[in-house]
Design a protein around this ligand. Structure first.
Ligand SMILES: [Zn+2]
Length: 292
């Protein structure tokens, strides 16, 4: 809300204003919280940016900043101001992990200084799905791998195949031995809901390829930072889920019977166990059934 009421108003205007105010009060969410944002150093020149439950990373080089997912316009404006204050550097690159709006929105905030880079599929999906308005053009799209170099820093952009969706890339920061991977390698966490948009079993192949990369620190787009072992753990979780669900589908069990019979107790300490367990089984049941 901006502006102040005109001091001289007719009764009708006052009445309308009063009703408007009442309406606004009634519509205002009771527990609207300001966004929780922070910047933490992961290692070396790589920092992690948090906006509530979403995270991206950026590298501060002598010649400017290599940023990743802008998350949304308000988050990106906050990040831009913080980077200017703390580091005094412009954002020279914005690299999209994938096209989903909850990670890729807000890029326009950086369009005065940045070049935008993504996988070629993501370039198409950003436009098709109208992820931002206006959409800064992705001027550097690629199909398999490419590197971004700035101020003596090299970042590797690696396409590992379809998984959580298509057009997803992982970013490797060789100096800090960091891998930034969004939405397809949750750290000690079940998968999101019923695998919307997932490409399976290709997802497993992309996890095996990630396991073969040279890194120590895994930085996901949600939740805590992990390590290389977390990639293997998530692959083994998906394989366990697939194998158990497949057994029940082959035995002719219904979805609800399968949800009762699949035992995921060994993941009970993982986040999302209570909320996502039945949905993960449902999504896997759908994917396994479709493949038969
Ligand atoms: Zn996503």
């Amino acid at each position: 809300m901006t502006g102040t009421p005109h001091p001289v108003s007719t009764r009708r205007q006052r009445l309308t204003g009063g009703l408007l105010l009442l309406g606004l009060l009634a519509a205002a969410p009771v527990s609207a919280q300001p966004a929780e944002r922070e910047i933490t150093r992961v290692a070396g020149e790589v920092y992690r940016f948090r906006n509530n439950g979403h995270y991206s990373v950026f590298a501060v080089t002598p010649d400017g900043v290599i940023a990743t997912d802008p998350i949304d316009a308000e988050a990106a404006a906050w990040l831009k101001a913080e980077i200017r204050t703390r580091f005094g550097k412009p954002v020279k690159y914005v690299i999209y992990s994938h096209s989903h709006a909850d990670h890729a929105s807000g890029g326009q905030v950086f369009s005065d200084t940045a070049t935008f880079v993504s996988h070629e599929t993501t370039r198409v999906l950003l436009v098709r799905d109208r992820v931002q308005t206006p959409i800064p053009p992705v001027s550097e799209a690629f199909a398999t791998t490419r590197t971004v170099s700035l101020g003596g820093t090299v970042v590797e952009l690696i396409y590992l195949g379809p998984n959580h969706g298509d057009g997803m890339i992982a970013l490797r920061f060789p100096k800090e031995r960091i891998l930034f991977a969004v939405d397809f390698i949750p750290v000690r966490s079940l998968a999101y809901r019923d695998f919307p948009g997932a490409v399976f079993p290709e997802w497993l192949d992309s996890l095996s390829r990630a396991e073969a990369l040279d890194f120590d620190i895994l930085v996901p787009g949600h939740g805590p930072v992990g390590g290389k072992a977390d990639v293997k753990m998530h692959r083994e979780y998906l394989e366990d889920l697939r194998d158990q669900v497949t057994r029940q589908v082959k035995a002719g069990k219904s979805l609800s019977e399968t949800q009762a019979l699949v035992n995921l107790d060994k993941y009970r300490d993982w986040s999302g166990f209570a909320d996502m367990r039945l949905l993960n089984i449902e999504g896997m049941y759908r994917m396994v059934s479709a493949a038969r």
